[in-house]
Design a protein around this ligand. Structure first.
Ligand code: ADP
Ligand code: ZN
Length: 603
C-alpha cells in the first residue's frame, strides 16, 4: 500500500473516519514524507489528527507541545479511548506519575507524549528525549510564540533552543491564528529553514454570525439562551465582575449557568470547567480566561456580551463553537461604551509602540466588523486575506436593512458636538437634538442653541446609534478632557462642512428575527421524528457510559456519531463499523451497548 492508502486505512480503523477533511490530507502527506509543516487552519478543522495520525502510523515518538494542562489531559484521554498509547508530562503531576511516564517512555511504547513548554525547556528532558529517539515535535497553538498575540506565552520562546537540543527532529506547528505578524513570528522562531506551509480557508460555514447593538443586553442574551436550551455554550464578558453578575442573572430558562474567570480559585475553576465539559447544556459565562484548550467539540453557541477587544480574539472565541462541524450560532453585542473602553485600554497599556499599533489595527477591524454594511463573513474573511462571496447566512445577509446616505442626519449630530465645544457625550447631545430641556441642558443654556430640537422627529435610540456609528467611522473621537465626551475629528469637520458625505445604517427593529433552530439538538430536529427520538436515547446512553468511566460525553462518541447512528440504525457490528467516528477500539468497547439501544428502539 502507498503511504497515503496506509494513512487512510488507519484513519478508519483507529479514528473511525472515512476520509480526510480539507487540508488534512496535504499535511499528513507532508508529515509522513518527513517534511517540516506549518499549518494555519481554523479551529475545528481537525488539526490534532494531523500529528496524531502520523504518530500512529510510523511508530516513532511524537512529542506534542501544548500550552494547557486541560488540553493535554483531554487529548491523552481521547488517544487512550482509541487505543493509542499516549502520556503526558506536566507540572501538575507527582513524582510517582512522572516516574511511571518515564518508564513507559523507556520501553518505547508511547506514541504521543504531551508536554508543557516549560517542562520541555527545563532540566534534562530534551536531552533524554533525544536519546530515546524522538521523531517529531508537534507544536500546538503555535501562535503562543508570538508576542503580538493575546495568548503570548514566554515559555514558547524557548522552543527554538529546545529544538536544537533535540537534534534533527521534524517540526510540525499548528495555529488557528493567521494574521501576518503572528504568522511571520511563528515561522521565524520555530523553524530552522522554511517549512511547507498549509493555509486553510478561515471560513467556518457551520458557524452563524450575528451582531446586535446593545439594547438591554441581559434580555437580549436571555432570549438567545432560551432558543438554545439543552445546548452547551459560552457567553464572554469583558470583565470578571461582569461575568459574575451576568451568570447570576441568567438562566431563567432552566439552563445551568456558571461563571469563570481568573479571579476564582483554582479548585472552583477546575470543577466548573469539568461541569462544562462533561455535562450537556451548561452555559459558561466567562472572561477570555476560559477557552483556549477547551477541546469540547459540541459547543453550540458563543455570545459576546461585550464587544471583543480585537478581530483576532473575536475569531478565536467564536471559533470555539461548532468544532464538530454541526451548526452553531454566535451573537456579538456591541456599544459605544465598548468601543471607547477598548481604545482606552490599548492607549493605557504599558507596551511598546509596535504592539500598540497592532492592537489598534485589530480593534479598528473589530469595530468595522460591527458596523459593516455588507456580509459579515465576507469582511471577516477579508481580514484574513481571503476573498469571498456574500455568505447568505449572517445577520446582514438575512436582513439587508439598508445603509443609506445619511449626510444630513450626520451633520445635525456633528453640529450638536461642535456647538457645545466638543466635550459632551451621546446622552447629553441626544437630549439637545430631541429638544429635551433637561436640567443639564438648561443649566448650560443648550436649549438656546440652533441645534436644539432639530432631531425631534427621531427617537433617542436613533441618535445614540448615529453617534456610535459616527464614532466607529472616525468622524468623532473621544474628547481628551471629558470622560465619554466627543470631539470632532478632521473627518467629522469635513462632513459637518459639507466637504464629504457619509452613509449610515438605520437602526434595526429591536430583535433580529431568528425563529429558526439551528443547533445540534436541532440538527436532530431536522432528522425524522423517529431518528431524533433515537438520538435522544443514544445521548442518554452516552451520558451514562461517560459517567461510569468518569470522562466527558464526547470522549465516548461525539454528537455527529450519534446522529449518524440514529439515522442509519446499524443492526450488526459490521454496520456499526461503517458509522462515522467508530474505530475498532470504540467498536469493541461500546458497539454492543449502542446496538442494543438501537434494537430496543426498533421494537
Ligand atoms: P482543531 O484542533 O483544528 O480545533 P480538532 O482536532 O479538535 O480540531 O478536531 C475537531 C473535531 O473534528 C474533533 O471532534 C475530531 O474528532 C473531528 N475530526 C477530525 N478529523 C476528522 C475527519 N477526518 N473526519 C471527521 N471528523 C474529524
Ligand atoms: Zn453574510
Amino acid at each position: 500500500m502507498s503511504d497515503l492508502a496506509n494513512a487512510r486505512a488507519v484513519l478508519k480503523s483507529v479514528f473511525g473516519y472515512d476520509d480526510f477533511r480539507p487540508g488534512q490530507r496535504e499535511i499528513v502527506e507532508a508529515a509522513i514524507a518527513g517534511r517540516d509543516v506549518f499549518a494555519v487552519m481554523p479551529t475545528g478543522s481537525g488539526k490534532s489528527m494531523c500529528f496524531q495520525l502520523p504518530a500512529v502510523l510510523d511508530g516513532g515518538l511524537t512529542v506534542v507541545v501544548s500550552p494547557l494542562l486541560a488540553l493535554m489531559r483531554d487529548q491523552v484521554r481521547q488517544m487512550e479511548a482509541l487505543g493509542v498509547p499516549a502520556a503526558t508530562l506536566n507540572s501538575g503531576q507527582d513524582d510517582e506519575e512522572r516516574r511511571g511516564t518515564m518508564a513507559r517512555l523507556a520501553e518505547g511504547v508511547v506514541r504521543l507524549l504531551y508536554v508543557s513548554p516549560e517542562r520541555l525547556a527545563s532540566g534534562s528532558l530534551a536531552d533524554h528525549l533525544r536519546r530515546s529517539g524522538i521523531r517529531r515535535l508537534a507544536i500546538d497553538e503555535a501562535h503562543c510564540v508570538s508576542q503580538w498575540g493575546h495568548d503570548f506565552r514566554p515559555e514558547y520562546r524557548q522552543l527554538a533552543r529546545v529544538r536544537e537540543t533535540l537534534g534533527p527532529v521534524q517540526v510540525l506547528a499548528f495555529t488557528a491564528t493567521a494574521d501576518r505578524e503572528t504568522r511571520a513570528d511563528i515561522e521565524a522562531q520555530l523553524f530552522p529553514s522554511p517549512p511547507h506551509v498549509v493555509v486553510h480557508s478561515f471560513d467556518r460555514p457551520n458557524i452563524d454570525l450575528s451582531f446586535a447593538p446593545k439594547d438591554r443586553p441581559r434580555d437580549q442574551i436571555e432570549r438567545f439562551l432560551l432558543r438554545h436550551r439543552g445546548a452547551s455554550g459560552i457567553v464572554y464578558t469583558a470583565s470578571r465582575n461582569g461575568a459574575d453578575r451576568l451568570a447570576a442573572s441568567l438562566g431563567h430558562g432552566g439552563q445551568r449557568t456558571l461563571a469563570y474567570h481568573a479571579g476564582l480559585d483554582a479548585a472552583t475553576r477546575a470543577s466548573r470547567e469539568a461541569a462544562f465539559l462533561q455535562e450537556d447544556g451548561v452555559v459558561m459565562v466567562a472572561t477570555v480566561a476560559f477557552g483556549m484548550g477547551i477541546n469540547k467539540p459540541d459547543v453550540r453557541f458563543v455570545v459576546h456580551a461585550d464587544m471583543p477587544g480585537g478581530i483576532e480574539s473575536y475569531y478565536q472565541e467564536i471559533g470555539r463553537a461548532g468544532r464538530d462541524g454541526l451548526p452553531a450560532e454566535t451573537l456579538t453585542l456591541f456599544g459605544l461604551d465598548d468601543m471607547m473602553l477598548r481604545r482606552r485600554q490599548i492607549a493605557g497599556k504599558d507596551v511598546g509602540d509596535e504592539r500598540r499599533r497592532i492592537e489598534g489595527r485589530r480593534l479598528a477591524a473589530m469595530v468595522d466588523l460591527c458596523e459593516v454594511a455588507a456580509c459579515r463573513r465576507q469582511s471577516l474573511l477579508a481580514y484574513f486575506g481571503e476573498a469571498s462571496e456574500p455568505c447568505g447566512h449572517c445577520d446582514l445577509c438575512r436582513d439587508q436593512s439598508a445603509v443609506a446616505d445619511a449626510t444630513e442626519t450626520a451633520r445635525k449630530a456633528l453640529s450638536a458636538v461642535a456647538r457645545t465645544g466638543g466635550r459632551f457625550g451621546a446622552a447629553h447631545l441626544t437630549a439637545i437634538l430631541r429638544g429635551d430641556a433637561t436640567e443639564a441642558v438648561t443649566r448650560r443654556g443648550h436649549d438656546r442653541l440652533k441645534t436644539f430640537g432639530v432631531g425631534r422627529d427621531r427617537d433617542a435610540r436613533f441618535w445614540s446609534t448615529t453617534y456610535r456609528q459616527l464614532f466607529a467611522a472616525g468622524a468623532l473621537a473621544e474628547a481628551s478632557e471629558e470622560f465619554g465626551g466627543f470631539a470632532l475629528t478632521p473627518k467629522g469637520e469635513d462632513i459637518l462642512f459639507g466637504r464629504e458625505g457619509i452613509a449610515l445604517r438605520e437602526p434595526r427593529a429591536a430583535e433580529p428575527k431568528t425563529g429558526r433552530r439551528r443547533d445540534a439538538a436541532r440538527a436532530a430536529a431536522a432528522m425524522e421524528d423517529g431518528a431524533s427520538a433515537l438520538f435522544e436515547r443514544l445521548r442518554a446512553l452516552r451520558r451514562e457510559l461517560a459517567r461510569q468511566e468518569g470522562v466527558a460525553a464526547f470522549i465516548v462518541f461525539p454528537d455527529r456519531t450519534l446522529i449518524d447512528m440514529a439515522e442509519r440504525r446499524p443492526a450488526t457490528l459490521d454496520e456499526m463499523r461503517a458509522i462515522q467516528g467508530v474505530g475498532e477500539r470504540k467498536l469493541s468497547l461500546y458497539g454492543e451497548a449502542f446496538l442494543a439501544a438501537i434494537a430496543a428502539a426498533d421494537r
